[in-house]
Design a protein around this ligand. Structure first.
Ligand code: MV4
Length: 501
């Protein structure tokens, strides 16, 4: 087993991974850029190395600098987290060449899944269902016209080198095809340096449901259940849940077996996720495979009772999976909120700055994977994800109730966050009825907000404002814990006063 792991990431995921290291008796080495010097992952690590300026290419994306720290620190392995270098085949190869174990798939497995068309060709061979269309770019408008006529409109044009919705165009009629194809090609060339565009049957109002897979280096591959990830805004996931409200045991088995076939077709090892589009008749189609641990992995951990980071480390250390498919069982329901430093009243623009007050929820069924602390300066330089708040319950209703209760306890002073968005989603009738698809959030945000605050919210806002004013002067003087304790006592006083009114 490894004695020391370098975590080549920052924020909440770096804290999450170093916690797993500490639980396994493994030393955690971290790297940090100039603006992250006082970050939580630096404070909690056993060793921390500065690697350069804020810009990711000078720090968290800089392969030579990260490998240099691996060597100087004597790390046996590197955990890439998500984002940054987590799906960079060159980095995975560079680790292997340097004799440092990359905690994830091989570079070859990453490359097999990196190009959308190469992935589709591999799927065709593996008999995996994917959206009707072409599995390589169309060569001419005439070919595009024939394919579109065969599969039927509407069709979706997609850049082979694209992903995350970039370079994608919906074409409703034959008349729009020529101009859309030209536009899609030039955007693909501009954005990815590769103008290859392929065509798919457009799935109307799809759900995005993804299947967690786990494979050891001895040929054992299992699926760990699905996650419903349809609540997205501009192709950015906002809220995820497991299990999916529309997947029953039989559908889970069929999707899981397809996902395992995808992983095996790519000789995949370690943790991975197979993404599907699901249509209104519950047909599912392979979309792409993510070759990293995902942000939303906690909801799968909570309903299976498994720790995915422990398992990633064990697999990378050459251990066999300690269970088989029949041992995997799902219990309860988990919903995750991605807490972003964004201002919902200003088009969700990033809201960096100093966290002057932090009241964080806990209690039954609440998990918080956080990278922030009171007094920390949220930098502008990176993705504004501050923390993930996950509510677990014996069923979906209980997890919603717990999450709503926890969101009412959450208060982050000094910056704006999107916490109010989650309160609104959890109250929404369509959400509560699990009527979800990838257009849900856009539709909800277009509707005028039901401004009648429930009494609890109004009370929380009043107390927070009052307390914030009262504590404003002492916040800087007293520093972290004292302020939190003082805040709670004043919070209690104020709420008692309020209750007596
Ligand atoms: C689609 C689709 C409908 N039909 N493909 C968007 C990002 C990329 N991962 C794939 N995406 C889509 N592909 C066909 N043939 C609708 C989407 C889509 C989407 C998919 C998953 C999650 C959110 C989405 C938001 C808009 C569109």
């Amino acid at each position: 087993m490894f004695k020391k792991i370098l975590i080549a990431n920052r924020g909440e995921i770096a804290v999450r991974v170093l916690r797993a290291c500490h639980e396994m008796g493994i030393a955690a080495v971290v790297v940090y850029s100039d603006v992250d010097r006082a970050s939580l992952h630096v404070r909690k690590a056993d060793e921390a190395y500065p690697i350069g300026a804020a810009a990711a290419r000078e720090s968290y994306l800089n392969i030579p600098k990260i490998l240099d720290v691996a060597k100087r620190s004597g790390a046996d392995a590197v955990h890439p987290g998500y984002g940054f270098l987590s799906e960079n085949a060159k980095f995975a190869q560079a680790c292997a060449d340097a004799g440092v174990k990359f905690i994830g798939p091989t570079a070859a497995a990453m490359e097999a899944m990196g190009s959308k068309t190469r992935a589709r060709q591999a799927m065709e061979k593996a008999g995996v269902p994917f959206v009707p269309g072409t599995s390589r770019g169309v060569e001419s408008f005439e070919e595009a016209e024939q394919v579109a006529a065969r599969i039927g409109y509407p069709v979706m044009l997609k850049a082979a080198a694209g992903g995350g919705g970039k370079g994608m165009r919906l074409v409703d009629t034959r008349e729009q095809l020529k101009s859309s194809l030209d536009a899609a090609r030039s955007e693909a060339e501009r954005s990815f340096g590769d103008s290859e565009v392929y065509i798919e049957k457009a799935i109307v109002n799809p759900r995005h449901i993804e299947m967690q897979v786990l494979a050891d280096e001895h040929g054992n591959t299992v699926y760990l259940g699905e996650r419903e990830c349809s609540l997205q805004r501009r192709h950015q996931k906002v809220m995820e849940e497991a299990p999916s409200p529309i997947v029953d045991a039989d559908m889970r088995r069929r999707m899981g077996e397809v996902a395992v076939r995808v992983a095996q077709a790519a000789a995949y090892t370690n943790a991975g996720t197979v993404e599907f589009l699901v249509d209104e008749k519950k047909n599912f189609y392979f979309l792409e495979m993510n070759t990293r641990l995902q942000v939303e992995h906690p909801v799968t951990e909570l309903i299976t009772g498994l720790d995915l980071v422990h398992l990633q480390i064990r697999i990378a250390a050459g251990e066999k999976l300690p269970f088989t498919q029949k041992d995997v069982s799902i219990r309860g329901h988990a919903i995750e909120c991605r807490i972003y430093a964004e201002d919902p009243d200003n088009n969700y623009f990033p809201s960096p700055g100093k966290i002057t007050l932090l009241l964080a929820p806990s209690g039954p069924g609440i998990r918080r994977d956080s990278g922030m602390y009171e007094g920390w300066n949220v930098p502008i330089d990176y993705d504004p994800l501050l923390a993930k708040l996950i509510g677990y319950g014996s069923d979906r209703e209980q997890s919603i109730a717990r999450l709503a209760r926890a969101l009412n306890e959450y208060f982050v002073g000094g910056i704006k966050t999107n916490i109010s968005l989650f309160r609104r989603i959890l109250r929404d009738a369509d959400f509560r009825a699990a009527k979800l698809d990838t257009g849900f959030l856009d539709r909800m945000l277009k509707r005028p907000e039901d401004k009648r605050p429930n009494s609890k919210e109004a009370e929380v806002a009043a107390i927070a404002a009052g307390m914030f004013a009262a504590l404003g002067a002492t916040a800087s003087a007293a520093g972290g814990d004292a302020v939190e304790a003082a805040a709670l006592s004043k919070w209690k006083e104020a709420s008692r006063r309020e209750a007596l009114r």
